[in-house]
Design a binder for this molecule. Structure first.
Ligand code: ADP
Ligand code: ASP
Ligand code: MG
Length: 469
């Protein structure tokens, strides 16, 4: 288990804060931000700590701009971001009164100038790009947290922007950094006194900084979708009463709404089920979000900022069984690759699997699913960045073949533990779909199959009709 330094810190019930995290589409334009401000304003009694994503689409543009700079065109990189700065300024013009608007215009101008400078450095020396990429990308959350703080203040809320880089202390794995044990104490020292003074702290999600001295500290990011993770870390550090993830759907749904037409709202599920659904593709929650909540047993609630009166999804230690459903939910991941590895020399020799997994460790590539037979092992990966190098390294001691354009479909439910016939039913419902791999995890909480990507919508629809109609 990763140590985030949460220890035994406790706060009396009446003073426990509520973490309210708003995703990109919840802060995508003036209307959305206005709604967010109303939601926060009506929750002041529950001591809100606000965590915000960059405005919708901005992180993608920032990353695309870095790619342009790496390719050598600093001007094109900076030009790409002009419409994004215009969007920020248009929101400020619509929502902020003159003084605060002027202050935000100057913050945005500073960001623009700084990013332009960074694009030039990267274009001149592309090798410097990993830490500089994070420095650029962090402006997404930096600007949204400044903007939302200003909007809240304009509406009479005593909000204060807190620099999340001073709170979330990470290693130096740029783009996908891991929080370190110093984080909990840093969060408390930056945020606790504000809550006690009845102020509303507003942090950018997703961003942190390496440990190290004031001059050697570098900005890092926690991986795409990482603002949920920030919310959970901050919640665990502050002994929050609840971690709320406000987004653009009603809650955790029984299947991916981008794949099937009418998934159902899951009213309640367990931490373990939510973690598996998130890991296997339910994008509504970053896969690391649940760990800090589990460690401190803090409920996580997913809510729709466009329908603030909805009940959403509640995630707690146990599935309370009230839904009566045999399965809890389905999730899927696309762009999955199978790597088949057959031992050449060391038929059945011990040490073969160790060597195989050492290769994946060396290239920092996560393996999702594994099946083995006597002399071969098949694994799936969705991160193809180091695929060629991995295949080459495996070929030193085995025969390797790969198959791409696959998808992984995962059925999750704590009930699978007591009712093994459900797993058999999952496979039989998919009988006419060619399955490349099947696996049931040791936890027996999920059954996962790998199939052709083109078969995914049909297969998910079939399973959904069978278990959720
Ligand atoms: P945010 O910007 O609020 O973090 P995300 O785009 O990261 O929002 O996550 C919300 C999206 O997750 C939804 O719009 C939906 O398309 C997608 N999604 C995928 N699987 C699920 C699921 N099982 N339940 C709910 N949403 C899901
Ligand atoms: N803005 C970041 C992203 O788009 C983090 C987040 O939204 O959670 O990945
Ligand atoms: Mg998200």
């Amino acid at each position: 288990m990763i140590d985030y330094g949460f220890d035994s810190y406790r706060v009396s019930m009446s003073a426990r804060p509520t973490i309210m995290k708003f995703g990109g589409t919840s802060v995508g334009d003036a209307q959305a931000i206005q709604i967010v401000a109303d939601i926060v304003k009506s929750s002041l009694k529950s001591h809100p700590v606000v965590v915000v994503s960059a405005i919708a689409g901005f992180t993608n543009s920032l990353i695309a701009s870095v790619d342009k700079a790496i390719a050598g065109d600093a001007r094109a990189a900076s030009r790409l971001l002009e419409p994004e700065f215009e969007r920020h300024l248009a929101i400020a013009a619509e929502l902020l009164r003159s003084e605060r608007r002027a202050a935000f215009v100057s913050i945005a101008a500073d960001a623009r100038a700084k990013i332009r400078q960074l694009h030039k450095i990267i274009a001149g020396h592309p090798v410097t790009s990993p830490p500089l990429q994070d420095e650029i990308v962090a402006y997404g959350e930096h600007l949204s947290s400044q903007l939302i703080t200003a909007v809240l203040c304009d509406r009479g809320v005593a909000a204060l922007q807190v620099d999340a880089r001073r709170c979330i202390k990470t290693d130096d794995n740029y783009g996908n950094a891991t929080p370190q044990p110093e984080t909990a104490a840093a969060v408390r020292s930056e945020v606790k006194s504000l809550i006690d003074a009845r102020k509303v702290p507003v942090l950018g999600g997703f961003i942190g900084s390496t440990l190290g001295g004031i001059t050697t500290r570098a900005t890092t990011t926690l991986g795409r979708g990482g603002s949920d993770f920030t919310a959970a870390i901050v919640g665990a550090a502050l002994d929050a009463r609840e971690i709320q993830i406000w987004t653009d759907v009603d809650g955790m749904l029984s299947a991916d709404p981008r794949v099937i037409t009418s998934p159902r709202l899951i009213a309640q599920l367990s931490f373990a089920e939510a973690a598996e659904l998130a890991y296997f593709g339910a994008k509504v929650l970053h896969p690391s979000t649940i760990l800090p909540a589990v460690e401190r047993n803090i409920p996580v609630r997913i809510l729709n900022s466009w329908k603030p009166d909805g009940t959403g999804t509640l995630i707690t230690a146990q599935n309370d069984g009230t839904s009566g459903a045999r399965l809890t939910g389905l999730a899927s991941k696309k762009d999955v690759t199978i790597i088949d590895i057959t031992s050449t020399r060391m038929l059945m020799a011990y040490g073969f699997l160790r060597r195989v997994f050492e290769v994946f460790e060396r290239f920092r590539t996560a393996v999702d699913m594994v099946t083995t037979s006597e002399v071969s092992v098949s694994v799936t990966v969705d991160d193809r960045r180091n695929l060629d190098a991995i295949v080459q390294a495996l070929s030193d001691f085995s025969e390797v073949s790969i198959e791409s354009e696959l998808a992984l479909l995962c059925a999750v439910g704590d009930s699978l533990q007591e009712a093994p016939e459900i797993a058999a039913r999952v496979v039989s419902v998919l009988e006419e779909v060619p399955l490349k791999m099947i696996s049931q995890a040791a936890s027996r909480r999920n059954i996962t199959v790998v199939l052709r990507q083109t078969d995914l919508p049909h297969a998910m629809q079939r399973l959904h009709e069978e278990f959720f109609a």
